[in-house]
Design a protein around this ligand. Structure first.
Ligand code: GRF
Length: 200
């Protein structure tokens, strides 16, 4: 299966996918990386891996809708089977999601539905939970509200701050994302209401 990865940051999740996509048994290749940030580390990772990358910056467009259309065009060029959001910090418009209906997957560093949004790690820490984790889910028109495909629990340890906790979550998150994306790529994905069936 052909994957396009959207990333805004350092790209450690992208790095994990790139490390796996060489294995023919994995069943998925990252064919393109798209970022909203010209300096994103994810773009360097793509270049090092010989994967084409494109920057689609909001500043280059008249408004959010135009940017969303530009982003969809850039993604469409790669003809993806699935679009993976790996640390992509923008909300995608319904028009984008309808274009890739049911084929957009996101990873979130908390156990949804708890702590959605851009500060899931900080919010879990502030709340005082003893267990948090990460979630891979299908992207729907809400923010981090789509049907859940897979989750991993991660303990919060004494003395954790946002950074130490996020790093611990990311270790689990990278494995969960690679494993889940591989299964979806090999077996397909069917959404039935709130339930997701991989290999349906
Ligand atoms: C990941 O934890 C992702 O869930 C969150 O931001 C982080 C991105 O990390 N949205 P990286 O850029 O993949 O290293």
């Amino acid at each position: 299966a052909r994957l396009v990865v959207l990333a805004s940051g350092g790209g450690s999740n992208l790095a994990a996918l790139l490390a796996s996509h060489g294995d023919p048994a994995y069943g998925a290749r990252v064919v393109g990386v798209v970022s909203d940030k010209p300096g994103a580390g994810a773009l360097d990772l793509a270049r090092q891996a010989g994967v084409p990358s494109v920057v689609v910056e909001p500043a280059d467009f008249a408004d959010r809708d135009a940017w969303n259309d530009g982003l969809a065009e850039a993604v469409e060029v790669f003809q993806p089977h699935y679009v993976v959001l790996a640390g992509f910090m923008r909300i995608l418009a319904p028009s984008f999601l309808d274009r890739f209906a049911g084929r957009v997957v996101n990873t979130h560093p908390a156990l949804l539905p708890s702590f959605p949004g851009a500060h899931g790690v900080r919010d879990a820490l502030a709340y005082g939970v003893q267990v948090t984790g990460c979630t891979v889910h299908v992207v729907d028109h809400g923010v981090d509200t789509g049907p859940i495909i897979a989750q991993t629990a991660v303990p919060v340890l004494d003395g954790d701050d946002e950074e130490t906790l996020h790093e611990r979550i990311k270790v689990a998150e990278r494995s969960l994302l690679v494993e889940t994306v591989g299964r979806v790529a090999r077996e397909g994905l069917r959404v039935d209401g709130r339930r997701v069936v991989v290999g349906g």
